[in-house]
Ligand binder design. Structure first.
Ligand code: LMR
Length: 335
């Protein structure tokens, strides 16, 4: 039995994500929570075949706690996306941290052993923010907290295949490391397997397109919203991999933004990159991130430059999240 709670299920990412989860044979129970609309989405989905149970909750009648009860996976997709007013991930932090903070508090109280998958942007700062809160509540487990960066991997696969008109999407593995923002997303196309069949300027163009993929969507939507459907698809893909691990099919490898220390292999990686949080390939196990798969290996000099830039930006993003959580905890009664 796998129960998934989707927090933010009424939103632009949450609703299509809930549809995909409803269709997945790996999901048994689906609990949809949002301040508005989640019960409507749940009833809508209940008219199509799929997961055994789908229920919708709002804040009324302790809805959040009821959605979280017995959850194995908690998906955090609540909060605002990039809008014309707040296009940078940093500017999103304040608004979204306020939303996520309450969700994390209830997670700590109701289902602290569940896997928490954070999609809410800016992932680079929100994940350290949540980690620090969970440390404060005494329930932090590095292996159970993931920042979902699969959209960068999906973009890498798709854009590379498109540029070379050769390898079908899904037939190769491309790792994307660092974080989730134009300054921190580092596609390691030099290590794509099978190898990329384009090089030079074409490859550089693909790298830029991946890094600025979010902006491409915002512009195409005439600045009225950010990527929602591709975010839902990518999150679904990562969630299914976690479901497979929970069901005993361990060993699947996915890139995710994690707190390195506390995961096997994470100390070495943290020392290599000089930051505590980094998106890396991790091997999934029934208890979460089983191990950080490898060192970053032999990468090109362009990729090394991007990694160095990413580390500088990440340091600041991580500090933003950690400081905000400590500030909050020092003024709040710990659960
Ligand atoms: C993206 O990369 O497009 C998503 O994370 C959505 C966003 O807010 O940018």
């Amino acid at each position: 039995m796998v129960k998934i709670a989707v927090l933010g299920a009424g939103g632009g990412v949450g609703a299509p994500l809930s549809l995909l989860l409803r269709l997945s044979p790996l999901v048994d129970d689906l609990a949809l929570y949002d301040r508005h609309r989640a019960p409507g989405v749940a009833v809508d989905l209940s008219h199509i075949p799929g997961a055994r149970n789908v229920h919708g909750y709002t804040a009324a009648d302790a809805g959040l706690a009821r959605a979280l009860r017995d959850a194995d996976i908690v998906l955090v997709v609540a909060g605002a996306g990039a809008t014309p007013a707040v296009t940078s991930r940093e500017a999103l932090f304040e608004a979204n941290a306020r939303v996520v903070r309450d969700l994390a508090g209830e997670y700590a109280r109701v289902c602290p052993r569940a896997m928490m998958l954070v999609v809410t942007n800016p992932v680079n700062a929100i994940v350290p923010f949540v980690a620090e809160l969970l440390k404060g509540y005494g329930v932090f487990d590095a292996g159970r907290l993931f920042g979902v960066t699969t959209l960068d991997v999906v973009r890498a696969e798709t854009f590379l295949a498109e540029a070379e008109r050769y390898v079908k999407v899904g037939e190769r593995r491309v790792d994307v490391v660092g974080g989730h923002s134009p300054q921190t997303t580092v596609p390691l196309l030099s290590q794509a397997r099978p190898a990329a069949r384009v090089g030079g300027g074409v490859l550089e163009g693909v790298v830029n397109r991946i890094r600025f993929g979010g902006r491409e969507v915002v512009n195409a939507k005439e600045r009225s919203g950010a990527a929602t459907l591709s975010t839902a698809y990518a999150t679904f893909r990562f969630t299914e991999a976690v479901c497979e691990a929970l069901r005993g099919q361990e060993g699947g490898v996915q890139c995710a933004y994690v707190h390195l220390r506390g995961i096997e292999g994470g100390d070495e990686m943290a020392e290599a990159v000089g930051v505590e949080y980094f998106a890396v390939p991790v091997e999934l196990a029934g208890h979460g991130a089983g191990r950080v798969v490898k060192s970053l290996g032999t990468i090109s000099s362009n990729e090394q430059t991007l990694i160095d830039m990413a580390i500088t930006a990440l340091r600041e993003n991580i500090q933003t999240g950690v400081d905000a959580a400590r500030d909050y905890l020092s003024h709040e009664k710990v659960i």
